[in-house]
Write a protein that binds this ligand. Structure first.
Ligand code: ADP
Ligand code: MG
Ligand code: MG
Length: 598
């Protein structure tokens, strides 16, 4: 989560009254930051991951597992033992939407040496250990994107029945308010979004139609005042609360660029990669809502590929242009600022726009897109950053490290070789739709740029652009499989991993780090080629092959228990899972050596 203040949250009616105030001052705050740091150069590479975790509780006697509503207490304890006693503590913990969730990051961002790639996994292991050591005997910490029985009867520990009452936060028939983080920000966000919409959230996800399921599948709801019956669709699973999206876990990576133009270039290039990394469940998406892919490129070379219709706030656009912001950045911000603020604190309405950025962050941090362009906070040492946000979390620290290291290495080759992945944004959106289909890794075909080396072209504003004046033609991109994009195909595409490998050949890396990186890239390679399963595929197979499964698309308590027990053992290294993870090469005992900076 971005902004998290203490104070008295306003209700929707009150917040709405200040919406224009927040937008106006948010822009002033942005302009103040921009004008102070627009010319900052030579910031070094820094980067860091964010992992969202779930706390779970086993009931071994009844063969059940439930989400454990202790996130707040555990967070408090983690912070007391960690950052509050030692500012150099190696982990940082933050609250997340679910009361059964928690977010962990490294204590400090990683720096720009190759050896940093070898510390990610150890840090993730430490985080898991810190939480695990605070849990009672039946508790565990799990990195799974979606809890399979989220919203089913008695899915929380302690058990709470949902109370779909008007005065509640979500009014959900399935997700009790007690499962929402107790920090008032989260219940206020939930209630204000519902009041702003004038109705509950309505998510309909197509049901997995197995052989033993009624057709059409139509859900019946207890305690429904009619709203659910109106909103549900046949052959879909209906969900009526933010918890079904924000209550899932993901993996994010943030990078600091050396300058604003490098940040804009990376933002655009990485946006095209978002559909390529596994993304099966996704936080819930309503077509082009606050939760979606990006809507406009920010770099000069992206301009000609901005083919989506962009709704912007004209007043704000004007305010930004008059403040000296160029067209592309102004339209990006004016687009984010079509949104209303969703929460506001009585104590934080009038502020010092030269030294604070709450109103800017308020709107910025409630646009939950695949990429985020992050300006430096006021008066800080931090530079211009971009955040890569489309990834699902993986079961093990090894896999999560692999995806993080892959993405960071990708940014290094993009910058070193001046790669150009840009496609019309409408094609990136088409890719995202394909990415969400079952088995997309093996079967999906994605638009990808054929010639990604733009060497020889003029480097404009820090990015290697396609030459101006070339007409957009379909020849620039082709449909490719994930295997081709990641691993390459003779005569078609060089492949992202072979490019990363050739970059690594020129770097000095100690044997141990090299071994870790090779194992990480091997995982990505084999997931892309289909030799290893994705987590989604592995989970589906586990359920489908469970002796209790009745081909009725239901994950029973017992199936869920066995599944999560298995996940827990895999995450703790008690159980190999070669079909999902492969066989990482073991490390040499003694190592050492020089390191290049990246
Ligand atoms: P968010 O607003 O996305 O929640 P966080 O403050 O949780 O952001 O941090 C996201 C990640 O950014 C963390 O992994 C952190 O280590 C990393 N980070 C912190 N400072 C920098 C920096 N100057 N450059 C790059 N990454 C940084
Ligand atoms: Mg965070
Ligand atoms: Mg983040």
């Amino acid at each position: 989560m971005g902004l998290l203040s203490e104070g008295s949250p306003l209700n929707w009616e009150e917040t709405k009254r200040y919406a224009d105030h927040v937008r106006k001052h948010g822009i002033i705050q942005f302009l103040n930051i921009y004008n102070k740091v627009k010319d900052r150069q030579k910031d070094v590479l820094k980067w860091g991951d964010e992992v969202e975790y779930m706390l779970l509780s086993f009931d071994h006697e009844h063969k059940k597992v439930q989400v454990l509503l202790q996130g707040e207490e555990i967070l408090h304890e983690l912070q007391n033992r960690g950052e509050k006693t030692n500012p150099n503590h190696p982990t940082l913990w933050r609250p997340e939407y679910g009361s059964y969730m928690i977010e962990g990051t490294p204590g400090q961002p990683y720096g720009g040496t190759m050896a940093d790639f070898n510390t990610v996994e150890a840090n993730m292991k430490l985080r898991r250990h810190e939480v695990f050591s605070l849990l009672k005997v039946n508790g565990t910490i799990c990195t799974i994107t979606a809890f399979p029985r989220l919203g089913c009867h008695q899915f929380t520990q302690p058990v709470y029945e949902p109370k779909p009452i008007e005065s509640g936060a979500s009014k959900s028939l399935f997700f009790p308010d007690e499962a929402i983080n107790k920090h008032p920000r989260f219940s206020t966000l939930t209630r204000n979004i519902r009041h702003r919409r004038g109705e509950k959230i309505a998510i309909n996800v197509p049901i997995y139609k197995d052989t033993n399921i009624s057709s059409p599948f139509i859900e019946k709801f207890l305690n429904d005042d009619g709203e659910a019956a109106r909103a549900t669709k046949p052959d879909h699973i209906y969900m009526d609360a933010m918890g079904f999206g924000m209550g899932n876990c993901c993996l994010q990576v943030t990078f600091q660029a050396c300058s604003i133009s490098e940040a804009r270039y990376l933002y655009d290039q990485l946006a095209t990669i978002c559909p390529i990394v596994p993304r099966k469940h996704s936080k819930y998406r309503i077509s082009k809502s606050r939760y979606d892919s990006i809507d406009s490129y920010l770099s000069k070379c992206g301009e000609k590929y901005n083919d989506l219709e962009l709704t912007i706030d004209d007043e704000i656009y004007k305010q930004l242009r008059e403040g000296g912001i160029d067209h592309l950045l102004a339209q990006h911000i004016a687009h984010l600022f079509i949104r209303d603020p969703l929460t506001l604190y009585a104590e934080r309405i009038h502020m010092d726009d030269a030294n604070e950025s709450d109103h800017f962050e308020n709107i910025q941090s409630t646009n939950w897109q695949t990429m985020r362009f992050k300006p430096p906070p006021p008066n800080s040492e931090i530079g211009w950053r971009v955040e890569f946000r489309p990834m699902e979390v993986q079961l093990t620290d090894f896999e999560n490290s692999a995806y993080v290291v892959f993405v960071v290495l990708l940014t290094r080759v993009i910058l070193s070789y001046k790669l150009d992945f840009l496609l019309p944004l409408s094609k990136v959106d088409e890719n995202l739709i394909v990415a969400q289909k079952r088995n997309a890794v093996c079967q999906g075909m994605f638009y990808f740029r054929k010639d990604i080396y733009k060497a020889g072209n003029p480097v404009v504003d820090g990015c290697a652009c396609a030459q101006n004046g070339i007409d957009l033609d379909t020849e620039e991109y082709a449909l490719m499989s994930i295997d081709t994009i990641i691993n390459g195909k003779e005569g078609v595409f060089p492949g992202l991993i072979p490019i990363i490998n050739s970059y690594l050949e020129n770097m000095e890396v100690d044997v141990d780090t090299r071994c870790s990186i090779l194992n990480y890239l091997k995982l990505i390679r084999k997931r892309a080629s289909g030799e290893l399963m994705t987590t989604a595929c592995w989970l589906r197979k586990f359920v489908a092959n469970h002796p209790d499964y009745k081909q009725d698309s239901v994950v029973t308590e017992k199936i869920n228990y066995d599944l999560i027990m298995k996940c827990d053992q895999i995450a703790k290294g008690m159980h190999d899972c070669p079909k999902l993870i492969g066989q990482p090469v073991s490390k040499p005992k003694h190592s050492g050596g020089k390191h290049s900076t990246v």
